[in-house]
Design a protein around this ligand. Structure first.
Ligand SMILES: C[S@@+](CC[C@H](N)C(=O)[O-])C[C@H]1O[C@@H](n2cnc3c(N)ncnc32)[C@H](O)[C@@H]1O
Length: 285
């Protein structure tokens, strides 16, 4: 692992494998990255682009946020208390191996009080639940069933330490808040990457339950307004979303490209074969 003072960032990868992770998109996104020194990612999720940038670009400062409080708490713990977190995750891994289903459901209904215990629960469930999904019911309770894994890496020490180095290297500020609140601080020249819950391709392909309130059509329309406001402020904005009639219309007139990707979020294998993702930006390359 490189030291925190080195010029190029530490090699890293998201420690959360988010449903619909963007790994296939990274090459396409990488080709569209502008020059920047301040980076905003207000729909952080697994933070695939942030971790990619921190290992491939010179040092920048990062403002990372998400509406999911448990997720943001986990990043904060990875940044500030990674060794304590590793200890707790090792305990979860041992207990899970003894009786996977029993342990999974016990952990799922647990209500930890400390930040470290809460982060460890979040990560352990993420690594062992069905498809790495995050979904909550109307009262905000995580309700994903156990996934089928032979030997899940609940405590990947190297990956956690690399994530810790990446967060410290970019002096990442991690905030649990709505994206609009996070973007109030963005100013001219900042690079903003928007990766919202995607607009569903059909009424049945609906997966936006990352938060209690979901992210519907009205939210997509408001997000397009925020995109225009950021443009007026002089920010460099890159957005990814599913390519649907609504999104193509909302971003009419901006620089667009389409990428074919496979997402592992449908329960039907046939629906996981791929679809088009839309990339929209407001700057020239
Ligand atoms: C498509 S995921 C982001 C994926 C991420 N780029 C990655 O690499 O894994 C969307 C994220 O937006 C968050 N989110 C949903 N509604 C939000 C809101 N109103 N403000 C901020 N974050 C929100 C969800 O909690 C989720 O983490």
């Amino acid at each position: 692992m490189q030291t925190l003072k080195s010029q190029s960032g530490p090699e890293s990868a998201p420690f959360v494998k988010w449903a619909g992770g963007k790994t296939q998109l990274l090459a396409k996104l990488d080709a569209q990255i502008p020059q920047f020194t301040r980076y905003f990612e207000p729909f952080l999720g697994g933070g695939a682009l942030f971790f990619h940038l921190s290992s491939s670009r010179s040092q920048f400062s990062a403002q990372l946020s998400d509406a999911n409080r448990e997720l943001v708490n986990s990043y904060n713990v990875v940044k500030h208390d990674v060794e304590q977190l590793i200890d707790v995750l090792e305990r979860h891994e041992k207990n899970y191996r003894r009786a996977p289903a029993e342990y999974y459901y016990r952990l799922r209904s647990a209500q930890p009080v400390s930040d470290v215990e809460s982060a460890a629960r979040f990560i352990a469930l993420n690594k062992t639940c069905y498809n790495g999904l995050y979904r909550v019911n109307r009262s905000g309770t995580f309700n994903v069933p156990i996934g089928r894994y032979r030997n899940p890496a609940i405590c990947d020490k190297d990956q956690l330490r690399r994530a810790n180095a990446a967060l410290r290297y970019s002096e990442a500020r991690l905030t649990a808040c709505d994206y609009k609140q996070a973007l109030r601080k963005a100013r001219a020249g900042d690079f903003v990457y928007l990766d919202p819950p995607f607009n569903p391709l059909s009424a049945t392909a609906h997966f936006v339950d990352y938060t209690r309130n979901g992210f519907g059509e009205k939210d997509q329309i408001e997000l397009a307004q925020v995109f225009r406001e950021l443009d007026r402020k002089g920010c460099k904005v890159l957005l990814s979303n599913s390519s649907t009639k609504l999104t193509r219309e909302l971003y009419r007139g901006w620089e667009k490209s389409r990428v074919r990707v496979v997402r592992a979020i449908s329960c039907k294998a046939s629906s996981r074969s791929g679809y088009c993702e839309l990339l929209v930006r407001n700057y020239a390359l």
